[in-house]
Design a protein around this ligand. Structure first.
Ligand SMILES: NC(=O)C1=CN([C@@H]2O[C@H](COP(=O)(O)OP(=O)(O)OC[C@H]3O[C@@H](n4cnc5c(N)ncnc54)[C@H](OP(=O)(O)O)[C@@H]3O)[C@@H](O)[C@H]2O)C=CC1
Ligand SMILES: Nc1nc(=O)c2c([nH]1)NC[C@@H]1CN(c3ccc(C(=O)N[C@@H](CCC(=O)O)C(=O)O)cc3)C=[N+]21
Ligand SMILES: [Mg+2]
Length: 284
């Protein structure tokens, strides 16, 4: 079997057209959705992502504010900045690019963002709402994966979904969203014994590990849906995922590429959440 490639780039472009219309409607009501991105220090990869986020904002006619803080900024100063943005009416969404320097407590930072502006969906209030299925902000990468599956017409209910990775920003929430859509979910991580035993039974395999070409053809079942979240550089410095695309794409039913897979969907859902935050700000 040769896998069908799920183009995150194309699905993202389609969703952004719909979003652009929503932005116009809001603007007609006098509200321009505004996203503030806080970048601490100068991590090269972070800068690329942040640039992509700003570009997406501008293409949609949204307002974007980039707050660049030096690596040495104190935790107190960062929290003060967040508080300022929490109270700024032109800002509807706040994103603090992770990871943060070691002297800053990530948990404290996330807890300081107003849940109504937490467009990353990382605040405990939004995580709780996701778990119980209440209206809130869904984390962008997991949400983007669900939208990709939906758009491709892949049904989730009753399927065995295996998630490799259990980070708070990708692995754990993507498993929860798949469960909410009635998949049978298995989580694997670095302590999992006999990983292949689980991945080989996956109808839907989501990989968020951070190791280049980690998943090989013999990890998967013939015809499986393979979602590659990884963003790595290989020995040659080329961007690549956690899945060995070359060999896995010959066996899978569907596969997402890197680049142009999950990445563009993450950014699109960030825009979606910011537009949602702006729309909901009207009724407050
Ligand atoms: N495309 C996009 O939009 C995004 C891409 N990414 C990319 O996705 C990847 C994962 O990101 P993130 O979740 O933040 O990463 P983390 O480093 O936070 O988590 C990695 C997870 O992989 C698990 N793991 C590590 N080694 C193994 C192994 N040998 N076998 C099984 N599991 C293993 C870890 O297990 P344990 O918990 O036991 O340590 C951990 O749960 C990265 O490449 C990142 O750059 C991230 C966010 C968005
Ligand atoms: N608070 C916070 N929220 C995040 O959502 C967040 C974060 N911190 N820290 C880092 C990760 C990573 N992430 C990506 C977003 C887009 C691409 C993306 O656009 N990727 C392109 C290619 C990018 C390139 O060319 O380098 C693609 O896959 O086609 C990748 C990765 C968001 N993250
Ligand atoms: Mg990608």
């Amino acid at each position: 079997m040769t896998a069908e490639i799920i183009s995150g780039k194309e699905i993202a472009a389609k969703k952004r057209l719909e979003l652009a219309k929503e932005v116009e409607k809001l603007k007609a009501q006098g509200i321009t959705p505004g996203l503030a991105v806080i970048l601490v220090g100068d991590n090269h990869a972070s800068k690329t992502y942040v640039r992509n986020k700003q570009k997406a904002c501008h293409e949609l006619g949204m307002y974007s504010l980039l707050v660049e803080l030096p690596e040495e900024v104190s935790e107190e100063e960062l929290l003060k900045k967040i508080d300022e943005l929490n109270n700024d009416p032109v800002i509807h969404g706040i994103l603090v690019q992770l990871p943060l320097p070691k002297h800053i407590d990530e948990k404290k930072v996330i807890d300081t963002i107003s849940p109504t502006k937490d467009v990353d969906g990382f605040h405990p209030v939004n995580i709780g709402k996701m778990m119980t299925g209440e209206n809130g902000f869904l984390p962008c990468t997991p949400f983007g994966i669900i939208v990709m599956l939906e758009d491709t017409g892949i049904s989730v209910a009753g399927k065995h979904a295996v998630v490799v990775g259990r980070s708070n920003i990708v692995g754990k929430p993507v498993g929860q969203l798949l469960l909410n859509r009635h998949a049978t979910v298995t989580y694997c991580h670095s302590k999992t014994e006999n990983l292949k035993h689980y991945t080989q039974t996956a109808d839907i395999l989501v990989v968020a590990v951070g190791i280049a070409n980690f998943i090989k053809a013999d990890h998967i079942k013939e015809g499986a849906v393979v979602i590659d979240v990884g963003m790595n550089r290989n020995e040659a410095g080329k961007l690549c995922g956690d899945v060995d695309f070359e060999e896995v794409s010959k066996k899978a039913g569907y596969i997402t590429p890197v680049p142009n897979g999950v990445g563009p969907m993450t950014i699109t859902m960030l825009m979606y959440n910011t537009v949602k935050a702006a729309a909901e700000s009207i009724n407050r």
